[in-house]
Ligand binder design. Structure first.
Ligand SMILES: C[S@@+](CC[C@H](N)C(=O)[O-])C[C@H]1O[C@@H](n2cnc3c(N)ncnc32)[C@H](O)[C@@H]1O
Length: 209
């Protein structure tokens, strides 16, 4: 992709939640038409499909919902209701305009969530557990707000999975989660080019005990 536009190079160079807030404030308006189109970005659709294939249903929380691509697919698959949360109000503004979500709220998922505990029957996330963004510790915050038996489909950038210790985190949740499978996917489609065109993801699918 054209590196002069806001894009992956900037996103992977982030270090803190505040960095994300700033970057996505400036990226929201062009994210769908430039990044998603240029990179043939497929991860949100694979993640929604993995959620549905595993028997997922509403009430779902889309974590790091961005401009709402995960919900576009979930709605096509008949899933509702869906709530959205993201650290970036500007990204949520774009998502809200698509009228896919029941409720949208700003949150930093690296912190305890300002949402009712033991509530959501599904937790889904694409593109947020990635380099420079959110690490494995956020899974604890999401387990807090998920109902017993809730289905999770969390897409994790494969390089980030290795580097940030997701394996150890998920192993350490034994007794709190069950049925873990890792679904390997290509993050981008055949239309992608540039240094990240072949990047891979792992969708962690499991249920809260
Ligand atoms: C690459 S975008 C993915 C958006 C959307 N899920 C998709 O697949 O198109 C990453 C999203 O994660 C959000 N994000 C980054 N850090 C976050 C945090 N700590 N808490 C909540 N959202 C965060 C960003 O604002 C951005 O909307």
């Amino acid at each position: 992709m054209d590196e002069k536009k806001t894009g992956l190079k900037d996103a992977y160079a982030l270090e803190t939640p505040e960095d994300s807030r700033k970057l996505y404030a400036g990226w929201a308006g062009t994210y769908d038409d430039e990044f998603v189109a240029d990179m043939d970005y497929q991860l949100p659709f694979h993640t929604a499909d993995a959620f549905v294939a595993a028997g997922g249903n509403g009430h779902v929380l889309d974590v790091g919902a961005g401009t709402g691509l995960v919900a576009e697919r979930l709605v096509q698959r008949g899933i509702s209701p869906i709530d959205a949360t993201d650290i970036s109000p500007e990204m949520l503004d774009i998502a809200g305009g698509k009228k896919l979500y029941r409720k949208l709220f700003v949150s930093d998922v690296t912190q305890p969530m300002n949402a009712p505990t033991n509530t959501y029957k599904g937790i889904i996330s694409a593109g947020t557990f990635t380099v420079g963004h959110v690490g494995p510790e956020a899974i604890d915050n999401l387990l807090q707000i998920a109902a017993s038996g809730a289905l999770f489909a969390i897409a994790i950038n494969a390089a980030h999975y290795q580097a940030a210790g997701f394996d150890a985190k998920l192993a350490g949740l034994s007794g709190k989660i069950e049925g873990l499978i890792l679904v390997p996917v290509a993050i981008y489609g055949d239309g992608a080019d540039g240094a990240h065109a072949a990047d891979k993801g792992l969708i962690a699918v499991f249920r809260k005990v």
